[in-house]
Ligand binder design. Structure first.
Ligand code: ADP
Length: 490
């Protein structure tokens, strides 16, 4: 895509209803809810508010599509062809979709068009390639038997996603589910329903049979909870807060649903004195401030070795100075608003706690402007491990810089958290890099990089950061059941 410099026209909103069984319908109750533009605090539009009644229809449609419709009988390679068509349609509507994402979520168009959308397309293509490469084994057993396994779709997949990467989370969920041959009941986040609905429309245009993909916008405790409880839904894939996952885990027990969770983090980002300082500063800046800090894997505990601490802080402050905050649809904007009032309030509370508990606010700390949920990029120095800004997930543009002395100390401190999603280490010493990579209990460790994602590389959490893995071959297994077939030969 050529570099765009002109302001992007506000995109038209087309899909605002539930998408169930291939039809666009108002919610059964007729209720709607407002989706808000976080940079103006104004209502963008009303969206159908689905609840248990709509989820029931969606689950039945997904069940019928799998067992009675063409999807369950379709050749695996044809599933892959449909997925590639969807990827192509998204690619050819990339600017419009990126603008819609920026409108609803507040992320800069510069990011949605160059990061989110290309990753969406890549993820769908990656999984399209898997569709006809999922197969079982023949197994030598004792006796005169022929034993083989089949890998069958787990069934109807219930997918519940958050608002921080609405389209990308949709792709991460749809990709492996569709490749595996499942059908889908998806509930997008109430803050950001628009792009998931648009993707459903493109899936319809691509030719997915009715009922394969169903999208029901609505709220967590109503629509989300109904997905979790529905007896026709076989599996839940959830991304969000660990406290919500705990509710889901309890609620899902009655119907023995398969569960995968991708949850929060407080990821240690460790900079050794021998690191390339320019790269470490740039990578740590992006590792925290990308997407306004609204990343589950944000490098929010930034540990810097004592001897370079002051130089690092100076460079970090230079790096964030002059960052352009403003309208996400202006292509030169580098930082947009937080997603909503609740997130804004939570982050401002943590900034207050950082100050009260004795950290030094070296940059930012305030609301930006008087309209929209903008917060200045904020850097705290002099942070210690027990302060709440060092222990709690803030999910905002708030960097906490901590000092460390040596390897033994930093491994213990890095692991001293209930989370275990990601970690990073910056060093030119290969021994230090591998020592950290082996010792930190986290699902991803980045060495001399941050947020380097690829659809082929698994992503997920140790400890309270999750259950199972997204992406790669690992995520396919979440959507498959092994069936063993034993044939007596005599
Ligand atoms: P976040 O703070 O990122 O919004 P949540 O865990 O609250 O994280 O929300 C993530 C997703 O989970 C959203 O789609 C939300 O509507 C949904 N959700 C919230 N509560 C529940 C629940 N009790 N059951 C099912 N889904 C829920």
């Amino acid at each position: 895509m050529a570099t765009i410099t002109e302001p992007i026209t506000t995109p038209a909103v087309r899909e605002t209803e539930c998408f169930i069984g291939g039809k666009w319908t108002p919610s059964v109750s007729g209720q709607t809810f407002s989706t808000i533009n976080p940079s103006t605090e104004e209502v963008i539009c009303e969206v159908a508010e689905g609840d248990a009644a709509d989820i029931d229809l969606a689950a039945k449609a997904a069940h019928a599509a799998l067992y009675d419709g063409p999807w369950g009988k379709m050749d695996a390679r044809d599933r892959g062809i449909l997925m590639n068509k969807l990827a192509d349609l998204i690619e050819s509507n990339l600017e419009e979709l990126a603008a819609l994402e920026s409108l609803d979520n507040g992320k800069p168009f510069a990011d949605s068009s160059t990061a989110d959308l290309p990753l969406v397309v890549d993820c769908l293509r990656y999984y399209a390639g898997w569709a006809d490469k999922i197969h079982g084994k023949t197994i030598p057993v004792r006796g005169d038997f022929f034993v083989y396994t089949r890998r069958e779709p787990v069934g109807v997949a219930g997918q519940i996603i958050p608002w921080n990467f609405p389209m990308l989370m949709t792709a991460w969920k749809w990709g492996p589910a569709l490749a595996a041959g499942c059908t889908i009941v998806m509930k997008p986040a109430e803050q950001t329903p628009l792009t998931c609905l648009r993707m459903a429309k493109l899936a319809q245009e691509a030719g997915f049979p009715d009922g394969v993909i169903n999208v029901v916008p609505g709220f967590g405790p109503t629509a989300g909870a109904a997905v979790v409880k529905h007896p026709l839904v076989d599996k839940i894939a959830f991304t969000g807060e660990h406290t919500t996952a705990q509710i889901i885990q309890r609620e899902a027990a009655d119907t023995m649903k398969r569960l995968t969770f991708e949850l929060g983090g407080k990821s240690p980002n460790i900079v050794f004195a021998d690191a390339d300082l320019d790269e470490a500063v740039a990578g740590s800046d992006a590792g925290l401030f990308f997407n306004m800090g609204q990343c589950c894997c944000a490098g929010s505990r930034l540990y810097v070795e004592e001897s370079i601490h002051d130089a690092f802080v100076e460079r970090m402050l230079e790096s964030i100075a002059g960052r352009k905050l403003g309208d996400p649809l202006d292509p030169s904007t580098q930082q947009g608003p937080q997603v909503d009032q609740a997130q804004f309030d939570k982050i401002m509370k943590y900034i207050g706690l950082g100050q009260e508990q004795g950290a030094n606010c070296a940059a930012g700390g305030n609301r930006f402007g008087d309209r929209g949920y903008f917060i200045e990029p904020t850097v705290f120095t002099g942070v210690t491990d027990e302060m709440q800004i060092a222990t709690d997930e803030i999910f905002g543009p708030v960097m906490s810089i901590l000092k460390f002395r040596d390897m033994d100390e930093i491994i213990d401190r890095a692991n001293n958290t209930m989370y275990g999603l990601a970690a990073a280490v910056w060093t030119r010493d290969v021994q230090k890099a591998h020592k950290i990579a082996n010792s930190v209990r986290a699902g991803t460790v980045w060495v001399n990089c941050y947020d380097a994602f690829d659809a082929a590389a698994p992503f997920g959490g140790f400890k309270m950061s999750g259950l199972g893995r997204e992406l790669g071959e690992a995520a396919l297994n979440n959507y498959l059941e092994d069936k063993t077939v034993t044939v007596a030969l005599s």
